[in-house]
Design a protein. Structure first.
Lengths: 179, 322
């Protein structure tokens, strides 16, 4: 069973570059400098990026854990945030075009895994293009989900249709707990 | 210590019929629970609901305001960051703030066990039987996500629940090992703190799970007690000199509580119990059986005295080596 456990290691130089670009995209490059990071390698899955405490990152391999740290993103040719990553970036005051603010009605729907109607979008950058990954935030600037734009910036507020597809949402923590 | 049973006199029969308990359970309660009639009456009511605010993600002021807007009333308790909650809609377990990890629904007695650890940043902590993660996430919060928590959980499904809560609450200083509490020696003996919330007969949660009034036998307490003795010895072995072990259960049974701590103290002369400021004194004797005198410093929590689920907690220090 131990051989199925994920393995943990420091980031390689090129991985650090990709992750840093990701942090910059979400407006948290400076804020994330204080977090020790580690790579999670899971059997038959890709690489994950986790934040950990200094002590955890230094000693994690000695415990052979099945889970460690807070996984904030996945790493392929680019960095893609997880829900936990989106939450951390929003709490760290991340700003920029990849954050879309929705109203209370949309917040309730997103937390049920539903998509976002344009009429519910309070703020979205005009520089967003179609098919871009965005962090969906509520009026309190909490990250409530991750979505993908169906239209470019100026059309994201169109009132007659869904303009952001919800890919993952924090309601998962209620829906998933029965499994 | 084999589970003790007592004669079932007329009073036992009347009370067990009135409240729906197996008579042997009532006979035992009458031996050591203070104000047993008030206790049995209180156990008919669900305990107060408590939440613990997650200061890694929010503040008491902000969360109180947001929950108040949804109709919830938060009342402070004797523990900082723990509030009793009433009212509101939807239920306290279905708010967006809950999903975002701004608080954890957790009985106050459970938080006392973590308070007893007296945590500081940058230390190393081992937790036995960690799932679903209420104590783990509170420890991480008190450590400000520094240091290292090694959380043990042998069951796959319970590991999943633990991972959920660690992620939901934004915990970054913890790792989860699929291990049993009897195997802790492999982790070395350099933990500043060890938390052993031992698997037990769960008498203390009868108010939430009424089936437990009749679904258990004395042999169930025997089984739990035998395992607890092994677990506490194993846990004590990995505490570093000067460190401490907190032992807790959600049982009222002295065989699972004072007897286990007494056994440890009698076997390991370098360990001693430290006082705690909450709850009622531990029992120093039960039905003529005397425990190590130090167990009077352990603590019991009763629903009718503390408005919590039933709980037992002991903080045990390992002496520094000179």
């Amino acid at each position: 069973m131990k051989s199925a456990n994920p393995s943990f290691r420091p980031l390689l130089r090129e991985e650090n570059t990709i992750v840093s670009r990701g942090f910059d995209r979400y407006g948290v490059f400076e804020q994330m400098k204080k977090y020790p990071l580690m790579i999670i390698k899971k059997e038959s899955q890709g690489l994950g990026v986790a934040v950990g405490s200094k002590e955890l990152v230094e000693s994690v391999s000695s415990f052979e854990p099945v889970f460690a740290g807070l996984e904030i993103g996945t790493l392929t040719k680019q960095f893609t945030p997880t829900l936990q990553g989106a939450d951390l970036f929003a709490r760290e005051g991340g700003k920029g075009k990849h954050y879309v603010t929705v109203n209370c009605e949309a917040e309730k729907l997103v937390l049920y895994g539903r998509d976002v109607f344009g009429k519910s979008v309070l703020d979205a950058s005009l520089q967003l293009e179609q098919n871009e990954l965005v962090i969906i935030i509520n009026r309190h600037r909490d990250a409530i989900g991750i979505g993908r734009t169906r239209y470019s910036g100026e059309h994201l507020k169109r009132s007659d249709s869904v303009t952001i597809s919800t890919i993952s949402d924090m309601g998962y923590y209620l829906r998933g707990q029965g499994n | 210590m084999k589970t003790l049973t007592f004669p079932q006199n007329e009073e036992v029969k009347i009370l067990s019929e009135k409240y729906g308990y197996a008579p042997w359970v009532v006979a035992r309660f009458l031996q050591y629970v203070p104000d047993p009639l008030i206790f049995l009456s209180k156990m008919e009511h669900s305990p107060a609901k408590y939440i613990r605010i997650n200061t890694l993600k929010t503040t008491p002021e902000v969360l109180s305001r947001r929950l108040s807007e949804k109709g919830f009333t938060l009342t402070s308790t004797f523990l900082p960051l723990v509030y009793s909650v009433s009212g509101g809609s939807p239920g306290i377990g279905a708010t967006s703030e809950y999903m975002l990890g701004h608080y954890y629904i957790q009985d106050i007695s459970s938080c006392v066990a973590v308070e007893a650890l007296n945590l500081t940043p940058e230390i190393r902590v081992l937790e036995v039987g960690a799932s679903p993660g209420g104590k783990t996430t509170l420890m991480a919060q008190k450590m400000q996500n520094t240091g290292c928590i090694v959380a043990l959980e042998p069951n796959n499904k319970r590991i999943r629940a633990l991972e959920f809560n660690l992620s939901r609450m934004g915990i970054s200083n913890a790792c989860v090992s699929k291990s049993d509490g009897l195997d802790v020696a492999s982790f070395g003996s350099n933990f500043d703190r060890v938390l052993l919330d031992a698997p037990c007969s769960c008498e203390g949660v009868i108010a939430k799970d009424r089936d437990r009034k009749t679904s258990r036998d004395p042999e169930d307490i025997d089984f739990c007690s035998a395992r607890q003795l092994k677990l506490i010895e194993a846990a004590a072995g990995v505490v570093k000199p000067g460190g401490s072990l907190v032992y807790s259960t959600c049982s009222f049974a002295p065989e699972e509580n004072e007897a286990v701590v007494s056994h440890l103290l009698d076997k390991f002369s370098d360990m001693y119990v430290e006082p705690l400021p909450y709850g009622s004194n531990g029992l120093t004797e039960f039905a003529g059986i005397k425990f190590n005198d130090q167990v009077k410093l352990t603590r019991r929590f009763y629903p009718h005295r503390d408005d919590t689920s039933g709980f037992f907690v002991a903080r045990i220090r390992k002496e520094h080596r000179s």
